[in-house]
Write a protein that binds this ligand. Structure first.
Ligand SMILES: N[C@@H](CCC(=O)N[C@@H](CS)C(=O)NCC(=O)O)C(=O)O
Length: 213
């Protein structure tokens, strides 16, 4: 199987975490977003949206959308499950993943930020307000979901799908200076996950296309 992605893409980082938690071997093909490779004719055949990641299964199917890819991995390779056995905890894991994928990450996306700066004439202060309001707001929602329990991870006592969404989101939010001072549960889980080998292997800085910060 093969993952097409970019070292600093949070959606690609989610899939890397899922693959490493499942202990699956995969090839990695970098798509350089800053060079616009996501919009090349060759890549658009894999993902007509011009977004990373894309994923090629062992059977040759091309999959897109990190949530769909991770759900596919969970169904196709049930060992080392990413979703809890309990149905309400499974729903909680999916809810956290959905808040991040639908309501936090899209506001930080490269093409959205490019549009706001170029077409919307957003300056640095307006951009920071945008990110704090929308991305920060969604992360405060995640914090309140996490505060409802005192489990070690997002949805139970082992890391899984929701953690695979949360940790890249925190990485991205920190990069863009989103204020996370009011989210201690997120910080605690972030630190706990980052001490695990699967998360370490998936970290952007440990990818072959990483550019030294
Ligand atoms: N909902 C998509 C989001 C994918 C996405 O936003 N990818 C970003 C990187 S994290 C991207 O490819 N951006 C390229 C661009 O904006 O041109 C998923 O979960 O796969």
């Amino acid at each position: 199987m093969k993952l097409f992605g970019y070292w600093r893409s949070s959606a690609t980082y989610r899939v890397r975490i899922a693959l490493h938690l499942k202990e699956l071997e995969f090839e990695y093909e970098p798509i350089n977003l800053l060079k616009g490779e996501q919009n090349s004719d060759e890549y658009l055949k894999r993902n007509p949206q011009g977004l990373v990641p894309a994923f090629q299964s062992d059977e040759g199917a091309i999959l897109t959308q990190s949530t769909a890819i991770i759900e596919y991995l969970e169904e196709r390779y049930p060992e080392n499950p990413l979703l809890p056995a309990d149905a309400s905890l499974r729903a909680k894991a999916r809810a956290i993943a959905a808040v991040i994928a639908c309501e936090a990450q899209p506001f930080m996306n490269l093409r959205i930020q490019t549009y706001l700066k170029k077409e919307g004439e957003f300056d640095a202060a307006m951009m920071q307000d945008w990110l704090d309001r929308w991305t920060g707001g969604a992360m405060r929602t995640v914090e309140s979901l996490l505060c409802a329990t005192d489990r070690a991870y997002c949805a139970g006592d082992r890391p899984g799908m929701a953690d695979a969404f949360l940790i890249p989101q925190v990485f991205g939010a920190m990069r863009f200076g989103v204020d996370l001072s009011a989210t201690p549960r997120i910080k605690e889980i972030f630190e706990r996950c980052n001490a695990i080998a699967a998360f370490e292997k998936a970290h952007p800085q440990n990818q072959p296309d990483a550019i030294a910060a």
